[in-house]
Design a protein around this ligand. Sequence first.
Ligand SMILES: Cc1cc2nc3c(=O)[nH]c(=O)nc-3n(C[C@H](O)[C@H](O)[C@H](O)COP(=O)(O)OP(=O)(O)OC[C@H]3O[C@@H](n4cnc5c(N)ncnc54)[C@H](O)[C@@H]3O)c2cc1C
Length: 504
Amino acid sequence: MPTDHVDVLIVGAGLSGIGAAVHLTRDCPDRSYAVLEARGAIGGTWDLFRYPGVRSDSDMYTLGYSFKPWTDPKAIADGDAIRGYVRQTAREYGVDRHIRFHHRAVRAEWDSATARWTVYAHRDDTAEDVVLTCSFLFTNSGYYRYDAGYTPEFPGVERYAGRLVHPQHWPEDLDHTGKRVVVIGSGATAVTLVPAMAERAAHVTMLQRSPTYVIALPSRDGLAEALRRRLPAKAAYAVVRWKNVLLGVANFQLSRRAPTLVKRFLRRAASGRLPAGYDVDRHFSPRYDPWDQRLCVVPDGDLFDALSAGRAAVVTDTIDTFSEHGIRLASGAELPADIVVTATGLNLLALGGMSLAVDGREVDLARTVAYKGMMLSGVPNFAMTIGYTNASWTLKADLVATYVCRLLRHLDATGQQIVTPLAPDTDDLEPIIDLKSGYVLRAVDQLPKQGPAAPWRLHQNYPRDVLLMRHGRLADAGVRFARATTTPPAAAGERAQPADTPVG
Ligand SMILES: Cc1cc2nc3c(=O)[nH]c(=O)nc-3n(C[C@H](O)[C@H](O)[C@H](O)COP(=O)(O)OP(=O)(O)OC[C@H]3O[C@@H](n4cnc5c(N)ncnc54)[C@H](O)[C@@H]3O)c2cc1C
């Protein structure tokens, strides 16, 4: 089979993969690169999800790229505006010319002697297998399975005669005008779908087993609009981005330090938007603390408006069984439905389902430890993008791409070819994702771990991570640099020396 070689191989042409390619273009213009994309389109999440009302729940000043101002007046933006922004970025920086569509990366094998990865991909359009080599492998494959969302086993579902839909695969022909809709779920997707569908449906019920924290935020940013009139776009964007970063950090820290206060605030804010006598405790007061799971943002309080107007309702109960015409609940109540939407979540998938091997040994992801939240112990010349869980994904993606470019330049400058993280010298390890959401808990055993302290732990705090990733030392105790064919890279289980020992 013919192979071709690039310096850097990016897997995934979503928000992160396109951003990573732009960072490479700007910071490492001498490096060749290609992007493998399993689908036939740019945009990842923002191309796949097409359900009514699909939108971000982060503000676009932090979900947008550091290098490309978000100029749309909507700060909480619609899916198609985000898709357009990612595509325009790819065109503007010439990244689109480097993308190989319909190429699903399935396996990568590292060889220390040649300091190269051999990457195997499958073309979905032609059914061909393709082999490439690269010096650095950079996965930007998101965090969930594209082929199937998560749907629990519902008793009696085979009897249901209406339309059953998962938001990940929204049927183009589905018309919900005048229909009775039940949306099962209480996460970001459910709170987006309910007000959007309620505009045309006869009625929409959000059926949740337990509540989620929901907060109303303005869909436009007053400061951004004022600054845009006075400052160049880049300057206005930078100011608003930092304002939102700092507000986000402050909110998160307050939630962690004073959860009772924040719970009370969220309850009062929800209550103030709902009709008098509404059972806020039953439907909007979760048992967990704020930020144990992601907070759900509703722009301009659209969910609360739909509930107040009677176009939608929240039911907190469990499903006893589906019937032919709807759902029977444990309380005995019946919910008639022409359409049931299972907004029940995603299936987590690490590295887009790729398997890795290093010098003939399979990499067991669950036994690796993440270094700076982006590389894996014992896996040379490899980085992955996993965004923040408590802030916009792109803030971290930008830092990871910046760091990869710094690493590549460092390798050039020192005449070395290989960089391999080591595992920390401790068994005090935790899951890499610290959320307690169902989709995380279902897959946590298969994911890499993180250590108790830097560099094996990120702070989930953008300003601190900026210092570590943009300005911190590259050659620290957690990583080994080497020349090809001389020093072998670290073995999979090899641990770092105590933190102060100089390395590399
Ligand atoms: C409905 C929804 C709303 C969200 N809203 C927000 C939000 O408001 N704020 C926020 O911070 N985050 C949000 N997220 C998280 C969101 O996924 C990220 O913000 C961001 O889009 C992730 O970008 P990505 O490029 O890393 O991954 P993705 O968007 O998932 O893109 C990954 C790309 O990699 C490709 N790929 C995967 N595996 C392979 C493979 N093996 N070979 C080749 N290609 C592969 C995929 O086809 C896809 O194009 C949301 C997620 C969902 C599902």
